[in-house]
Every structure is written in structure tokens, then in C-alpha cells.
Design a protein around this ligand. Structure first.
Ligand code: ZN
Length: 354
């Protein structure tokens, strides 16, 4: 029985690409939530959205206990704050962005009339003085050029308050390794969809609540109302974590996490020990590749708020290793996502209270 549960169909690259191509800056997740609902609705018994915009899809189990699997739908981005007389746009950052990475990037501005393309400008080296070359940037030092002639011209296409995202396309670097913006946390959404697919025509041991949460990048805001609504017995956040397998990373400081080495099981105060042990035991039993990430503080993920919601929830965190998190070109391995899907699918076959 368990073996059958753990068997996995191949990951759908098409679904992942589809999710990556839908911009979802924090606060503007409706389109991606619609897409996730399209994928989940025929695989579950019930789907609804709460007031904050979280998607909650329920697959009924054999007992009345509740297992919540949460991945966040939003991605980091920016927002237009000001348009100057020459038609250049200024912006605030939405979530944790490395401002020094922004000059030279292409961006999409999401206006109600449609997408406007722009670039974040910076003087070429020929025109820079030495201080400018060495500078750490603040968002207010940078501007977006949409080739407008004037403020009036710019205002025919964009408005203050429009959301902005990076303009990058997903590409495969080799058979398994992909780069794109917003792999954080579209890989989590893919995981939810693939687990739901694996459970098709099966009844899980507990009720499984698939949650696509909003506004995680702004302090895990959406998952709070979703968790209050569901009141789960068990909660697992599915997110990305920092790979430390490239130059200048320090395993002494951050632990040793490698892309392609398996799904990451977190340990620490944010994790309930028996649930963590169950995940490790299942990984060993089914020869699922996994890595351990020690996190000696509340995690910067939905897991933080799931754990202390209501009367408390037994919580775990599964992560996909990711290089260059929050940049326009994050990197993950599909192998790690597949291992995560296998682990969660096998977990769904177990009544965790027995
Ligand atoms: Zn994330």
C-alpha cells in the first residue's frame, strides 16, 4: 500500500513553466491562485478562498484529523512610487531584494491596461566617477526607463501603485537544473499539485488541506488566516532554502545544502520533533534523498506562523535547495522537487496519531 503511495509520476515541467510565467508579486496573487485552482480542483473534494486570498483545497481522508500542506504563491517584486517630469519611474521593493542586483535588469510593470516593459537604468562605466562605481545602491538611487517622453506620456501607460516583477524566462541549464525568477516558491506550488495528482483515486489517512498562501514574502501574512481557518493538527510548509554549494558560501556558518542532493528536512525550535522524525524515517524507508538543515531560530517561512497558530500546530518544514534566492535568476534541481513529492505522498498515507 505504502509503496503504491510513494510511486510517483514524472514531474510536469509544463506546469512548472506555466506557474513561473505568471507574475505574482506579494499582494497581487489572484492570477496565480486561479491557475493553481485550475490544477487542483479536479483532484480534491472541495476548494475555497479565504478573505485574504489564500487558496484552500481539501482532499478528504479516512479520519477527521487535518494535515495542512502550505506553499506560498507570491514572489518578490517592486511597486511604482513616483513618476518624474521626464517620465522615469521610481519604486519601492516588495520583499527581500538585493538592490545591487537591480541595475541593468529588465522588468515588467503590471498596469490594469496590460504589461509595460522597462529597464532599471544605470550610467555605463565610461560616465561613472569612482564613488558611483563602488557604491551600494538604495532603491531610491535607481529608476525605471520605459522610454516615456514625459510624466504625462508615462502616465498614459503606468500608474503609481502598479506592481513590478523581474522580466526573466525560465530555462533549463541541464536536464535537471532550471533557472528562473520566482522558483521561490513556484516549486512549492508544483509540489502541492504533484502530491494531489499522486493522491488521485486514493484516500489519504487524514484530511489533506492544500494551501497556496499569499504574502509570505511580507512576513508570512496570508498563512495566518489560512491556518486559523483550517485549525490543522499538523502543518508542513513547503518552500525553498539556501543552497550553500557555490563560491563564497560558508557551510561552517549556514550548514551544507546542495542542489540535487535531495529534499531538505529542517530541524530546530520551529519544528515538532515527532513529525520531523517521521519524515526522516519515511525518507529512509523509501530511499528518498534528503538533507538536514539546522535552523536555530523561527524559520523565515510559513512554518513559523503555522506552529504558533491557535492552540499550536505540530509543524515541519520541507525545502527545495535554491541558489541565488530572490534574484532574477534563482537555480533549483527538479530532482529535489521529485524527492519532496515522494516524501509528502508517503506521509499522506499515514495516520500520524497512530
Ligand atoms: Zn519562499
Amino acid at each position: 500500500m505504502l509503496k503504491h503511495f510513494a510511486k510517483m509520476e514524472n514531474l510536469s515541467i509544463d506546469i512548472l513553466k506555466d506557474l513561473l510565467l505568471i507574475p505574482s508579486p506579494s499582494g497581487d496573487e489572484t492570477t496565480i491562485i486561479n491557475k493553481v485552482e485550475t490544477h487542483l480542483k479536479d483532484l480534491v473534494d472541495d476548494v475555497f478562498r479565504d478573505v485574504c486570498g489564500n487558496l484552500i483545497a481539501i482532499k478528504r481522508g479516512k479520519t477527521n484529523r487535518k494535515l495542512m500542506l502550505s506553499a506560498h504563491a507570491d514572489e518578490v517584486g517592486m511597486m511604482v512610487t513616483y513618476i518624474d517630469d521626464d517620465g522615469f519611474l521610481y519604486f519601492q521593493e516588495l520583499g527581500g531584494i538585493d538592490t545591487n542586483l537591480l541595475p541593468g535588469q529588465r522588468v515588467e510593470i503590471h498596469n490594469h491596461q496590460g504589461i509595460v516593459y522597462g529597464i532599471i537604468g544605470k550610467k555605463p562605466p565610461h560616465l561613472q566617477n569612482r564613488e558611483a562605481k563602488a557604491k551600494d545602491f538604495e532603491a531610491e538611487d535607481l529608476w525605471i526607463d520605459i522610454a516615456a517622453n514625459s510624466k504625462v506620456d508615462a502616465e498614459t501607460r503606468v500608474e503609481v501603485g502598479d506592481f513590478i516583477t523581474y522580466q526573466t524566462q525560465p530555462i533549463g541549464l541541464n536536464d535537471n537544473v532550471w533557472t528562473s525568477k520566482s522558483l521561490d516558491d513556484k516549486v512549492g506550488l508544483l509540489t502541492l499539485i504533484e502530491v494531489a495528482k499522486s493522491l488521485k483515486n486514493k484516500q489519504p489517512a487524514m484530511n489533506v488541506y492544500f494551501v497556496a498562501s499569499v504574502q509570505e514574502e511580507l512576513g508570512a501574512r496570508g498563512v495566518r488566516t489560512a491556518t486559523m481557518n483550517i485549525q490543522p493538527d499538523y502543518g508542513i510548509a513547503i518552500d525553498v532554502t539556501h543552497a550553500t554549494d557555490y563560491p563564497t558560501c560558508s557551510p561552517q556558518k549556514s550548514g551544507e545544502i546542495k542542489i540535487g542532493n535531495g529534499v531538505v528536512i529542517a530541524k530546530g525550535p520551529n519544528i515538532e520533533p515527532s513529525l520531523e522524525r517521521k519524515l526522516i524515517d519515511l525518507a529512509k524507508q523509501y530511499e528518498i534523498k534528503y538533507q538536514i538543515e539546522p535552523i536555530a531560530h523561527p524559520t523565515g517561512t510559513d512554518a513559523n506562523f503555522i506552529q504558533v497558530s491557535g492552540k499550536g500546530v505540530k509543524t515541519a518544514l520541507l525545502s527545495i535547495p535554491c541558489r541565488y534566492m530572490h534574484s532574477p535568476n534563482e537555480i533549483v534541481s527538479l530532482l529535489d522537487i521529485a524527492e519532496g513529492v515522494k516524501l509528502l505522498t508517503s506521509l499522506c498515507s499515514i495516520d500520524l496519531d497512530n
